[in-house]
Design a binder for this molecule. Structure first.
Ligand SMILES: NC(=O)C1=CN([C@@H]2O[C@H](COP(=O)(O)OP(=O)(O)OC[C@H]3O[C@@H](n4cnc5c(N)ncnc54)[C@H](OP(=O)(O)O)[C@@H]3O)[C@@H](O)[C@H]2O)C=CC1
Ligand SMILES: O=C(O)[C@@H]1CCC=N1
Length: 272
């Protein structure tokens, strides 16, 4: 990406994470621009990353190689239609918006190389994971550019079918929130069992971190790691049996199904 010029449309949370990752990877501030209607948002991203910012999206995309659409899904149609007259045919459009299909973007932007992806908030710490899907207009060089963009904040995984992005959204896009919910619930349960809140919180968060590190670095799968914690007729077995009696696995499947369904539903509702 040594010479790639990138414009971010929308300079909110996810854009700022990506910009931070790119700067940490060595991209020059002059290679990156961002546009956003918020004066404070522009001032913040400009102060933090030393990049030029714009109130006008068309001005921001002038002459860049890659345009990252980082606005809310509800704003995508208006943003795409407004930049359409200013697009160059070879400019790669990368969208991170949940539930907005390549077909909708093509209808709003015209024929344009598009990479649709789904990152997640740990991108802020360069610990994110993203699924990526490219339309047939995307060249090998542009695939590389998109991959390097998302790799700057974590792991980037290519998908062969666009529909799989609904599942990626359900698993990893929304996924951090599920772990936060579990952290909240375990901390509250620890308090109910007699621990001070701060200690219950620290025990929970450090356990989550340790377990995630083990799952990442171990050569055995999560089921085996779980088995190694679970002594026969011990405390873990008592807890796991209780989770399973309450339908834990089925509940997770239902919850992720709801997220994937919502992603597809947003495509229907917002894609017209
Ligand atoms: N948050 C998450 O966990 C994830 C989010 N995403 C996707 O990333 C996208 C951005 O989300 P996130 O960063 O959280 O949202 P934010 O609200 O933090 O950022 C969006 C930014 O876009 C600005 N904006 C609004 N309208 C326009 C416009 N017409 N032109 C330029 N900028 C505009 C907003 O300004 P203002 O606030 O003034 O309206 C805001 O600063 C969404 O589409 C979401 O689906 C993907 C993966 C994970
Ligand atoms: O909740 C949402 O719709 C967005 C997409 C994935 C995470 N947050």
């Amino acid at each position: 990406m040594s010479n790639t010029r990138i414009a971010f449309i929308g300079a909110g949370n996810m854009a700022a994470s990506l910009i931070g990752g790119l700067r940490a990877k060595g991209l020059e501030a002059a290679q990156i621009r961002a546009s956003d209607p918020g004066e404070d948002t522009r001032a913040k991203v400009s102060a933090e990353h030393g990049i030029e910012t714009f109130a006008d999206n068309a001005q921001a995309i002038d002459g860049v190689d890659v345009i990252v659409l980082a606005v809310k899904p509800q704003a995508m149609k208006a943003v795409c239609e407004a930049i359409r007259p200013s697009l160059q045919p070879n400019q790669l459009v990368v969208s991170i918006a949940a539930g907005i299909t390549c077909a909708s973007m093509t209808a709003w932007l015209g024929e344009q190389p598009i990479v649709r992806c789904m990152p997640n908030t740990p991108a802020l710490l360069r610990q994110g994971v993203s699924g990526l899907y490219a339309t047939s207009e995307v060249t090998a060089e542009q695939r590389q550019q998109a991959e390097e963009l998302l790799s700057a904040v974590g792991i980037a995984l290519w998908l062969n079918e666009e529909q799989q992005l609904d599942a990626v959204t359900a698993v990893s896009g929304s996924g951090p929130a599920y772990f936060f919910l579990l952290i909240e619930a375990m901390t509250a349960a620890g308090v109910k069992l007699g621990l001070p809140k701060e200690i219950a919180g620290q025990l929970t968060v450090q356990t989550a971190l340790g377990a995630a590190h083990m799952a990442v670095s171990s050569d055995v799968d999560a089921a085996e790691l779980r088995r190694r914690v679970t002594s026969p007729n011990g405390t873990t077995e008592a807890a796991i049996k209780s989770f399973q009696a309450g339908g834990f696995e089925a509940l997770v499947e239902t919850a992720l199904g709801a997220a994937a369904h919502r992603s597809a539903e947003m495509a229907e509702q917002l894609g017209k």
